[in-house]
Write a protein that binds this ligand. Structure first.
Ligand SMILES: C[S@@+](CC[C@H](N)C(=O)[O-])C[C@H]1O[C@@H](n2cnc3c(N)ncnc32)[C@H](O)[C@@H]1O
Length: 257
């Protein structure tokens, strides 16, 4: 019987060459999405000296974008060693210097990491659905709590998720999936209803697709106050390259209580 998916497997999938090439290419060529730029402009602190903590930085796409926007106190981390190595080489090449501190950590435990001990951040980010790539709601909540513990009161947390009710097609797919779960015929690797685990030419991808109410509950249970959310298509039109890299998602902004 195939084993239930674990964070260890997800980390191995992100360290897989196919994923590393994909995220490294995006970090070098794609930059920030139009919607990310708008949301950062609206919700990140305006002062470029603000301390920003970025979870799941991958090969550094968002980190580099923040640096290009002028932010000079960025701490970025990822739990996939191969992606951290790619981010490191990109930051060296672009000469970001001391503006970016890159470290290796798991979001569920980041508050206990020596690099951030004693620090208090003005904002936290977990972009491009990274939070939803943590299997198990308990673990996603642990990550939210850990980010909360790293931030100052009032600090924004910005992240994205999918939404399994966002389109007719998606709702149909989940109706079918409901039947599988009710009869115990779901993929045995999945941890919870809403999970997806698939393989394509970019490697294996785990993703939990929530409904909006679930995220509202998770924020409330972990010290965050919901501030704003919207589907990406309502925020900005994205280029073809961005749409090829990433499908529709919901942006979230919460504030540390
Ligand atoms: C979809 S990728 C996005 C990468 C990058 N932020 C970007 O937008 O190109 C999600 C990232 O989250 C990271 N991630 C997933 N679970 C994590 C965890 N528990 N702790 C730290 N990073 C994690 C993955 O390794 C991956 O780099």
């Amino acid at each position: 019987m195939p084993q239930r998916l674990s964070s260890k497997q997800v980390r191995a999938d992100f360290n897989d060459l196919r994923a590393v090439v994909h995220y490294t290419r995006a970090a070098h060529r794609l930059g920030l999405w139009a919607s990310e730029l708008k949301v950062f402009d609206q919700f990140l602190p305006q002062q470029k000296t603000a301390r920003i903590l970025e979870a799941g930085c991958g090969a550094g796409r968002v980190t580099l974008g923040l640096w290009e926007l002028g932010y000079k106190k960025i701490h970025a981390f990822d739990f996939a060693e191969e992606l951290c190595a790619q981010a490191q080489s990109l930051f060296l090449e672009r000469e970001v210097g001391k503006a970016v501190t890159l470290f290796h950590a798991d979001a569920r435990k980041v508050a206990r990491h020596p690099v951030v001990t004693g620090m208090s951040f003005d904002a936290a980010l977990f972009m491009f659905n990274g939070l939803m790539q943590i299997p198990g709601r308990r673990n996603r909540r642990a990550a939210l709590r850990s980010l909360d513990a790293c931030c100052k009161p009032g600090a924004p947390l910005i992240f994205t998720t999918h939404d399994r009710r966002h389109s007719k097609l998606e709702r149909k797919l989940w109706e079918r999936e409901t039947k599988l779960w009710l009869t115990g015929r779901q993929d045995p690797a999945l941890v919870e209803f809403g999970d997806r685990y698939f393989e394509d030419d970019l490697g294996r991808t785990f993703m939990h697709l929530p409904v909006r109410e679930e995220i509202l509950e998770d924020l409330a249970a972990t010290g965050w106050t919901h501030e704003w959310d919207a589907m990406r298509r309502t925020i900005s039109r994205e280029s073809r390259a961005v749409r090829d890299f990433s499908d529709e998602c919901r942006f979230w902004v919460a504030k540390r209580g």
